[in-house]
Design a protein around this ligand. Sequence first.
Ligand SMILES: [Zn+2]
Length: 894
Amino acid sequence: MKPILAFPSFSLFLVLSCLGVFAEEPFSFNKTPGKLPKTVVPHHYELSLKPKIESSSFTGSEVIEVEVLESVSEIVLNAHNLTIATAHSRSADGGGIPTTPVPTSAHWKDLAISLDVTNQCVNLRSSTAFAPGRHLIRLDFSGKISQSPVGMFLIKYKSPSGPKEMIATQFEATDARQVFPCFDEPAFRASFSLTVEVPLGVTPVSNMPVSQSVVSTETSKKVSFLKTPSMPTYLLVLVVGELDHIEGRVGGIETRVWFTEGKRNKALYALKNSERLLTYFQKYFDVPFPLPKLDHIALPGGFGGAMEHWGAITYNESTVLFDPAQNSQDTKERSFAIMAHEMAHQWFGNLVTMAWWDNLWLNEGFASWMGTKATDNLNPSWNHWLRVDTGKIGLMALDAQKSTHPIQRPVKSESQIGDSFDGITYQKGMFFIRMLEDYLGEEKFQQGLRQYMKRHAFGNTTTADLWAEMAEASQQDVARFAAGWTEQPGLPVILASTTQVGREKSVVLRQERFTLLDPNAQPLKWKVPVTIATPGSKGSLARTLLEETPVSLKLGAGNQPIKLNAGSRGYYRTAYDAPMFKQLSCSWHKFSPSDQVNFLSDAFAMVETERLSASEYLDLIPAMGKGTSLPVWEQGLAGLGLIDSLLEGNVMQRGYRSRVIALLQSVVAEIGFQSRAGDSPQLGLLRARLMGLLGGLGSQAIIDEARKRFTFYVKDPSSLTGALRPTLLRIVGQYASKEDYAELLRLARAATLEEESGMLLSAIASASNPDLANQTLSLSLAGEFSPVQSTRLVSAVSNTGRHASLAWDFMKQHHRQLMELLGGPFMNAYAGSTVAGFSDTAHATEYVEFIKANYPPDALAKAEEAADRIRYKAHLKQLISSSVESWISSSNAD
Ligand SMILES: [Zn+2]
């Protein structure tokens, strides 16, 4: 899954954005955590569903073939928000489910139905015990079609031929139980044969190809799909709507992209990507794609990200459709990367599934790494790894605070499962795997992964199973190396200093835990593969495994600047001593772009930990020019934007903005406001990034340009395209008059594409005028936009920092309605996003108290994380204040 909780980050103001470890055991079904008894396991579901949009409900029936492993008096399944009308059972020894439709012979025994609402279970009791062996359980049930993207849900959308409705399902992590009674835990794998009854004229799509479609009444048809391979319940999917598609083929596998009316041209890119990625992954894993077809379904709303359903991936259309004439290079790259992530899951997660949600990182960390690797490999000019690397400032700051958690952590409740879909699981998991691959070597790592896929295909695993294969391939104790990284919270900082004896230079390295605002943090150690780079060096000059004791590395004669973490492959911070930093500060721009990004990021972390002043950090920026690579600029501009956001409401902000504008305007002038023939896509993005930052900071020339282009855009939308389109619209939104705002809102209401309405809503949410901010907040409950877009408005208003209090007051008043509208597993994370604009400790405390008073104890962990983000900004604000002031006044002396 790829949840996207905030607006696409067009703005740089949105930048967050020893070893007391346990030895995990290989997968054992009986020892896997979970609520369901391990005495009964499902083998196959024969499932029929009949959605009824007009009454927002559905009916269903199923026969589950189960195996009773030891005699039991009751069978326990998951069910939530379902009405179960009847339940029957009979022995299936000597044969499985005999026919379709569901048989109703006299051999069926009545079962007593008892709902356990607290545990989201149903207990089925028989007058006699269920004997060991195969049994069939037959159930008739009904439920509600949700308005939020949970279980089976409704999507209302605008099409060129008028308003439309369709339905889709979203089961991960624990919502299959809202559509049919089932064994809704990932270790209970089974096959599924799905039949749906739908109106004539709509198309149902599911995991497998259609096996049969018959007209059942004058207005409806019954469509059956081929039996799936064995898989967990959360991967089952059904989409029903007025869908069109295009198709391609890779070897024997059919691949299609599905979309709603008028979007054919925007789907071509995704089809080509699917073909390229299928070829890539089949070769990389050396395991053929396990199903006969792979669909990509662009949903016009509904949910905010993408979901890796086996054989039928669903996307919010804004994350997958791409219009080369309109969309930016950002959209192109994001669409590819999200497809790569979801397709990596087809092997990682679907073919081999984590046993329980405490190993969610096995799905998400690996899909994030594999998706990034594939995107980078197939599109080398994008520098994709480098661009992803620029997210480390926010991630590592989060991992350095008290509320962080290990990559692997126990999860018990449904709410804790939802909380696990976070930056630690995805991004830290990804960066750790990248470091491990670098440490073991690319070939051995791949060999280990291939063995893992083959050995555990159609099965479940724990992290220990993966390390066993890696150890065999690399002949190294991978479990021991990895334990500190996946089972401990936090990360290390490597303290580096140099010594010179005669002509011989050495670098001395020692590690400590990198913490922020957590003075009592447990002092932990890691096995850190440290590498060394010099200007112009390819790869690493030297490498060592730093453990508990300090290490001294001899570097020979010479006075070259020394930088740690060559190529930024390691997940750790580096703090240089004063002489090393001084030398690097004059020469950092001579290193490779990945080392430049890493150096800027580490320099910012040295500010966070008071090892460097903000003015010393800001003095690094002038070394960047037009020729500097895009990710390096993005890293530099992110730091400038973050500092600006911390000065919100401070009299110094005006002086800071003037100096930043003065510093960068010559670069913007050189690049120009308009795209020129022969510009690379990266230069186009750099133009948008610079104009976005400077426009946000108040550059009148850029605000005027944005307004001028907006006037043309209203008359002719094709006059503003690519990366400048969201950037300039956002600047117009920020400085909007009531008339501008009304115009932006009118365009958002008229948009028939999620990407377009999202971009325009993002623009109106950035309005500086408080009356307009209040209007945006009210819009979140007006029901005009999809639940995901509507609820995001509150986070987006908070994120500006200018109206954090307005957003919070609105949230306090309407939190129940907003949470109900959002639904799904990300409610705790969402609540935190509505206070993201604060940077004072009082609000951090108030927020936690509010959650304590209004939500169950499970919500507290995520609330503490949101509070830690606020405290982090409060801490930085106080740290940088006097130093930024001296940086501003130093410009007067320039
Ligand atoms: Zn995922």
